[in-house]
Write a protein that binds this ligand. Structure first.
Ligand code: SF4
Ligand code: SF4
Length: 182
């Protein structure tokens, strides 16, 4: 992945647009007091889904600019990505609540809508079936479309990496053929 590529600028703009447009798009976790995918570590109701947090290329810079702090990073083919393994606490979690809600990563805010790719690179968008909430049509449609837009800009190797990170069981709801990426 080339950090200085034109697509990097395109992705940064897309990320900022998605952050703004989904700032107040709520799933309803707080209403049912669910912390199942929150990374609260020692809090007993937390981490039951053991979800990792995987940031998109350039997203950790956006997180830092919005919140003053950023996620730990890993290297993917020489490119830095924000990444939080399932067994580690999130620095933004206080008592089971996300202190950067509305300015939190796309991987967190789109859950339980989850992307992956098959060997061809086709995009498969799924719902994580362990989440107790059935997302509204608006939430689902928004995140299927957002992941489709992101998949058209982000190098496929990020999606191949993301698809290999363990997650709770998924039910596919949409597929987009790789030819659509152009
Ligand atoms: S950023 Fe917020 S939602 Fe995401 S893992 Fe951290 S506390 Fe949870
Ligand atoms: S996304 Fe689902 S599993 Fe995660 S906290 Fe919200 S309701 Fe619970």
């Amino acid at each position: 992945m080339e950090e200085g590529s034109t697509r990097g600028g395109e992705l940064s703009e897309l990320l900022e647009e998605i952050y703004k447009s989904t700032e107040s798009l709520e799933l309803g976790c707080a209403e049912i007091n669910c912390f199942m995918c929150a990374k609260g570590g020692n809090l007993s109701p937390c981490q039951r889904l053991k979800e990792a947090v995987v940031l998109l290329p350039w997203e950790n810079q956006l997180i830092r600019s919005l919140n003053g702090r950023a996620f730990p990073e890993i290297s993917l083919n020489g490119f830095s990505l924000g990444f939080l393994p399932p067994e580690e606490d999130c620095l933004f979690n206080k008592g089971g609540w996300c202190t950067v809600h509305g300015k939190h990563p796309i991987d967190c805010r789109s859950f339980p809508i989850v992307p992956s790719v098959n060997q061809r690179g086709d995009l498969i968008v799924s719902i994580s079936i362990k989440c107790p909430i059935v997302p509204s049509w608006k939430f689902t449609k928004t995140w299927v479309e957002n992941w489709r837009r992101i998949w058209k800009v982000v190098p496929l190797e990020w999606f191949f990496f993301y698809s290999e990170v363990p997650t709770s069981p998924l039910k596919p709801i949409a597929l987009f053929k790789v030819e659509e990426r152009g």
